[in-house]
Ligand binder design. Structure first.
Ligand code: AMP
Length: 279
């Protein structure tokens, strides 16, 4: 385990100097199969697999779940070891953000839609920490999950706009048997909430079916999803979106590629899911 920026930088530099490739998987820990799928890819496609574990405070707003965010460092270390991750980078909060820190990276427009609308500043926090991790770890490839689709769009844009020499690789959403997208936050759900949480994937499945059967009205798709989720007493919709997967702007007609995405509070826990459809 590496705990300081200096050691991480020096290690990365020496691997690079000896011609080795580095793959980075940025995470906030409390690993599940979604994280592990990214680690396996980083492991198999690079000489050195680095996993960062940092619960990034600046991507949470006051009142969000920073304090409740699940953590279990010992278990995460074991899982990373099992997968033969070479370096687990676990910096302290004060190392990443010393007192005088005041820089933010803003990927404009893309950051303001979908999750950005209900979590202002969230993607500034994400882009800022990922930019720092890219500088510190100097990866050739970085791995992100499509469960956080908007995050992948924001990071790709940032990497391109700021000329980061890193290939952004995205991998499919890993799900529980009943379809619920794996998330560290699922551990916060009570048994009743866990059962209600199935409505996210179920409503997306209904939407996909309707689109396959010829529905092209984005409003109708949004309504179908809302109606399914409204049946769950423990669920409260944050947003339901049908958008362009490139610009993340809402569309009125589903044609070509569309991103159907949603965020739902189940009890106090906010869950997200999405599906990419092609007509
Ligand atoms: P997190 O620790 O939640 O910040 O996630 C770290 C990385 O794992 C991000 O790139 C996420 O998109 C990805 N990830 C989280 N959940 C899943 C999942 N169910 N399937 C695939 N990737 C995931």
């Amino acid at each position: 385990m590496v705990r300081t920026i200096q050691e991480m930088k020096e290690t990365a530099l020496s691997h690079r100097a000896s011609g080795k490739t580095i793959g980075l998987v940025p995470t906030m820990g409390y690993f599940h199969e979604g994280h592990l799928s990214l680690m396996r890819a980083a492991r198999s496609e690079n000489d050195i697999a680095v996993v960062s574990l940092f619960v990034n405070p600046i991507q949470f707003r006051p009142g969000e779940d920073l304090d409740r965010y699940p953590r279990d460092l010992n278990r995460d270390v074991e899982l990373a070891l099992d997968l033969e991750v070479d370096i687990l980078f676990v910096p302290e909060g004060t190392e990443i953000y010393p007192k005088e820190f005041c820089t933010r990276i803003s990927v404009q427009g893309l950051s303001d839609r979908l999750c950005g609308e209900s979590r202002p500043g969230h993607f500034q926090g994400v882009a800022t920490v990922v930019a720092k991790l890219f500088h510190i770890v100097q990866p050739h490839r970085a791995y992100f999950g499509l469960k956080d689709f908007q995050q992948t769009v924001v990071i790709r844009r940032m990497a391109q706009d700021l000329n980061f020499d890193v290939k952004i690789i995205t991998l499919p959403t890993v799900r529980e048997k009943d379809g619920l997208a794996m998330s560290s936050r699922n551990s916060c759900l009570s048994a009743d909430e866990r059962s209600a949480a199935r409505c996210l994937k179920e409503s997306l499945d209904i939407a996909v079916l309707q689109i396959r059967e010829g529905e092209r009205s984005a409003d109708s798709i949004r309504t179908i999803i809302r109606e399914r989720i409204a049946r769950e007493k423990l669920a409260r919709i944050d947003y339901v979106s049908v958008s362009s997967p490139k610009s993340l702007q809402e569309v009125s007609v589903v044609e070509g590629e569309a991103l159907v995405a949603l965020a739902v509070f189940v009890g106090r826990t906010r869950l997200i899911d999405n599906v990419l459809v092609r007509t």
